[in-house]
Design a protein around this ligand. Structure first.
Ligand code: CUA
Length: 345
């Protein structure tokens, strides 16, 4: 008996600590910051409330029945404890058929209404967005990082992207290799990222901030390190970001110039693009504004000079399975490379 209690305590302790840890930080679907995220969250709470009422009613009746009609007689054949039998009682049969049917019908109707709001972007003009200036972002999933293209703005970035607050953003998603899933928990639903197929979603974030995104479809050994960040900016901050991303890199001197030379003459340029230079590779992330980003390589590390050094020294030691090769660079080369990369703001 004592063992049973200890085990039960452990079970609930462990279970609930997982549940609670799942609710913390900025990755919770229960803290929605988009219009559809709010709709989904509200629906979840309604269904949860209905389920809670059903649970309490059913469990209460169950416990009452167990206590009231438990076996008390010594003679097992004596039937004095049996409650009145209601099999075939028309009132009860109708009640417990109709009650669940009505509850499920209400939840079904609410779900269909919520689904329409989630699927269809607002068409009422309140967002002041027309097709001509609508913000389109093309998301491409790679093993294991995310690419973000703004076709109308001629911006390409990786691992993080910016959007203006209170604006409908149309998103098309595609894959460069295997199936991934694009998910920002606080934005609401997920969207599958499928090779050879364009999928579409949209969102309208209503609160500025930085939000965590994560690939949510197992896609290989570094699936967990396929994270990204979404920065929801004020319109002014967003415009500043757009301008800075559209700009070409500045001229560089000294160590940075040596680093630039290594990038352009070595293998880096075969995989990476740095606009305004001869590096036009398409396999790895666009590095034109690498230094403006908080994270790199699917968020495996924060974007600091020390972390870049770890990465350039041996990518596979940081992220086993990455296709970024070990380049056998000398420590001096790495110092120069980082000096150059730090200028790519
Ligand atoms: Cu990409 Cu999991």
């Amino acid at each position: 008996m004592k063992n049973f209690r200890v085990m039960t305590g452990l079970f609930f302790g462990v279970t609930f600590s997982f549940l609670l840890s799942g609710c913390e930080g900025a990755s919770s679907t229960m803290l929605p910051v988009t219009t559809s995220g709010v709709v989904i969250s509200n629906l979840m709470w309604i269904v949860f409330g209905v389920a809670a009422v059903v649970f309490v009613v059913v469990e209460t009746l169950l416990v009452i029945s167990i206590l009231k009609f438990r076996h008390k007689q010594k003679d097992p054949l004596q039937k004095a404890d049996l409650p009145e039998q209601v099999e075939g009682n028309q009132f009860f049969e109708t009640l417990w058929t109709m009650a669940p049917a009505i509850v499920l019908a209400i939840i079904f109707a609410l779900t269909v209404v919520a689904l329409q709001t989630v699927i269809n972007p607002p068409q009422d003009g309140s967002t002041a967005i027309t097709n001509a200036n609508m913000l389109n972002i093309r998301v491409t999933g790679h093993q294991w990082w995310w690419q973000f293209d703004y076709p109308n703005l001629k911006i390409t970035t990786a691992d993080e992207f910016h959007i203006p607050v209170n604006t409908v953003v149309m998103v098309s998603v595609q894959s460069a290799d295997v199936i991934h899933s694009f998910w920002v928990p606080q934005f609401g639903g997920k969207i599958d990222v499928i090779p050879g197929h364009l999928n579409y979603t949209w969102f309208k974030a209503t609160k500025t901030g930085v939000y965590n995104g994560q690939c949510s479809e197992y896609c290989g050994e570094e699936h967990a390190e396929m994270k990204f960040l979404v920065m929801v900016d004020t319109p002014e901050d967003y415009q500043t970001w757009v301008k800075s991303q559209q700009a070409l890199p500045q001229d560089v001197l000294g160590d940075a110039a040596t680093g630039k030379q290594i990038v352009l003459t070595g293998v880096c340029s075969g995989c990476h693009t740095i606009r305004g230079t001869s590096a036009v590779g398409k396999i790895g992330p666009d590095l034109t504004h690498l230094a403006s980003r908080k994270i790199f390589s699917g968020g495996v590390l924060e974007n600091t000079p020390d972390n870049l050094k770890k990465w350039l020294t041996d990518p596979s030691a940081v992220k086993p399975g990455t296709i970024m090769p070990k380049l056998s660079l000398s420590p001096d080369d790495i110092t120069s490379l980082i000096a150059y990369l730090e200028t790519l703001k």
